[in-house]
Every structure is written in C-alpha cells, then in structure tokens.
Design a protein around this ligand. Structure first.
Ligand SMILES: *Cc1c(COP(=O)(O)O)cnc(C)c1O
Length: 372
C-alpha cells in the first residue's frame, strides 16, 4: 500500500481553498498604503457582527487580548473589581484562564461533563458566592457550551455571561442564536488554525452592550477614544488591515467550510467502530462546528504513535490542564478528575475544510484496525 501522508491540518491547503480571492485582498491592502484602522477593519467588523448577531464587533490583536479586554472593560466600567470570581471550565486552553488572572480576577475552575466535554452546568450553582461576577463559558472543540440552565443562573445571581468563542465560529444554540451573541460579550480568536483563521494573529470582541464596546475599543487602542486623549492605560492591540481583509474573504465561506467539517465528522461518527476508541456524544448538526474531532483511548499515546507511523498527524488538546501548569503552581494540588482524564486520554483526529474524504477513509480504516 502506498503511504498516504495526512497532516493534522494543512494550513497551506486551507488557504488555497480560497487562494485567489485571498491574494487579491492582500494585494489590495498592500497597494492601498493604508495598513491599520481603515476600511478593511470597518467592513470586516460590520460583516462579522452581522454574522454573529451582535450589535458591535471590535477587531483586536488576538483571541487572548479579546478576552483580556472584556474583563478589563468590566473593571473600568465598575462592574467587576480585582479579587472578584469568574466561573470557568477547568478543561480549557490556557488563554481563557490567563485573561481572567491577567485582570486580577479569580478563576473558579469547574469540571466538564465527559460525554459533552463542556462545562457541567450542574456544578456551577454550588460555586457561586457574593464575589462571583461572571460565568465564562468556552465552546470548546467547536461545540456549543451554553445551556438554558447557565442563562438562568446568570439572571438569578446577576452575573455577566462571557463566551470564549475562539473555537466555535458559526456554531448555534438550539434556539438558533449563534455562539458569540448569546452572552453579554464574547472573545473570538482568528489564529490561523481556527475555523475562521487569519494569516497570522487576529481576534475580536462581539457584544450588544454599547458601553462595553466603547471601553473595549479604547483599551485595544492605547486606551484612547479620541486621538491623543487617553481615558484608560490601554495597549496597542489592533487588528491589521491585511488580516481584516483576509478574514472578510474567509467569512463568506465559513458556513461552507464548516459544512465540510460536518461531513467529515459524520463519517467519523458512523464509521469508527473500534471499541477501544470512544467518541463524545454527537449533537444535532448546528450545535457543533467541529473545530476539532476529539476521541478517547485508554492507550492514547500508543494510538498516536501508531497513527504517526502510518502517516497520520494528530494533536492532543490539551496534554496538561491549566491547574497542573507551572504558571499556576498554587493550584497544582487540586484534583479535577474529569479534566485530568481528558488530558490523559484525548486525541484530536485530522479535520478541516480541506481534508479529502479519501483521507478521512484512510484515517478510519487505520483506527478500526488499531489493537493493543
Ligand atoms: C485559540 C484560543 C484562544 C486564544 O486565541 P489566540 O488568538 O491564540 O490568542 C482562547 N481560547 C481558546 C479556547 C482558544 O482555543
């Protein structure tokens, strides 16, 4: 058999899907002589806000900054103060947690459910106290994490709902709302590998709260609302015109690109039949944009080696959870068994808008013949 090399994700192939238009957009900006805070940002922000279903979109430098600015803006507006608590899933990418601690707020780590991989909404209420100011949900792996119960807890305890939508561009809740428009504010990442990815770093905040939007916009631009007048001690955290132009092209194809991911995921769900490999619950199509396709295996490392030897790239999301990281050594003794189980057993299979069905079939037949 000829060895097929199947990378985890080929960004080159992803870009090539819309290559001509992307190149055209990049040269337009290059030749325009205008590289920051111009009409490319305006257009993309308008289109992305409309796509998400929020009143405002503020482009910024990356997804981490987007989340940092949301919490910082709440502090500047007097709605939160350092020392306040934010409920957050324990099994997230470190950026979610960094955005909270960066602002002197305290993350309260809540376990996910193993069958959905999203925050367990039955464990939230017991963690709410008078210092709790927000719930930050993360639509991890591309799956909707919002539940009616989370919405009711926010109303009952007057908490802000912040969404980390870095992995879920285009995902919907059962009521049809798109993730990123469900909470009070959402942080989005356009890191190249995300469903809506730039050719470098990029991020955005969406919100329908005009005061929050104004504060975020100022913070990401040195804290300035008017040229040379500084309201906050902000930073330079802006989205390049080139990236905004690229994102505006890719936004047009996001639904189509997500549909391809869904077909790939469907094949994985239907055809993987090895009892040694477990899949998370499937959800109705619209509630998952399959940023990643996680599977679980008791011999995860052996499975990864076996796929690697057969030319298939995989990635672990994430090998060490935030509470076990050196930067958060004060939490290293905490026991979060579900989160730790995920870190020890998760493996993400190749998925993306450019993988072919032939490649997917090859991955499936390898998975189905895996033994230990
Ligand atoms: C990618 C990611 C981020 C951070 O985005 P960057 O653009 O890389 O800063 C935040 N949260 C989650 C869940 C992510 O996957």
């Amino acid at each position: 058999m000829t060895l097929m090399n199947i990378p985890f994700l080929s960004l080159k192939d992803v870009t090539a899907l819309h290559g001509a238009e992307i190149n055209e957009a990049v040269s337009r900006v290059v030749n325009s002589g205008w590289y920051l805070q111009g009409e490319e940002n305006d257009r993309f922000e308008r289109n992305y806000a409309k796509f998400i279903g929020s009143e405002h979109c503020i482009g910024c430098a990356n997804g981490l900054d987007a989340l940092i600015w949301i919490f910082r803006a709440y502090i500047e507006l007097g709605i939160m103060k350092p020392g306040d608590e934010v409920i957050v899933p324990a099994n997230t990418y470190i950026a979610t947690i960094l955005a909270i601690t960066e602002n002197g707020l305290k993350p309260v780590l809540v376990e996910p459910r193993l069958n959905t991989l999203e925050i367990d909404d039955d464990l939230i209420e017991e963690r709410i106290n008078e210092r709790t100011k927000a719930i930050c949900i993360v639509h991890l792996y591309g799956r909707n994490a919002y539940t009616e119960k989370i919405g009711q807890l926010c109303t009952k305890y007057n908490l802000k709902l912040v969404e980390d939508n870095a992995q879920a561009h285009g995902c919907k809740h059962t009521d049809g709302r798109i993730t990123g428009s469900i909470g009070d504010a959402a942080g989005h990442s356009f890191y190249p590998g995300k469903n809506l990815g730039a050719l470098g770093d990029g991020g955005a905040v969406t919100t329908s709260d005009p005061e929050l939007a104004a504060a975020v916009r100022a913070l990401a631009n040195y804290g300035s609302q008017k040229k040379y007048v500084f309201k906050y001690t902000g930073r330079n955290s802006r989205l390049d015109e080139i990236q905004a132009a690229v994102l505006d092209v890719k936004l047009k194809y996001l639904v189509e690109d997500n549909a391809h991911r869904k077909m790939v995921a469907q094949k994985y769900y239907v055809q993987i039949n090895n009892p040694l490999i477990k899949l998370p619950d499937s959800v109705p199509d619209e509630q998952n944009v399959y940023h990643l396709f996680p599977v679980f295996c008791e011999k995860r490392d052996e499975l990864q080696d076996y796929l690697e030897k057969n030319g298939v790239g995989t990635v672990i999301h994430y090998p060490v959870p935030p509470h076990k990281q050196e930067c958060y050594r004060e939490w290293n003794g905490m026991s979060l068994p579900v989160t730790e189980y995920i870190s020890d057993h998760e493996l993400s299979l190749p998925i993306g808008p450019s993988i072919t069905f032939e490649e997917v079939s090859r991955v499936i037949s390898l998975l189905n013949s895996f033994i230990f």
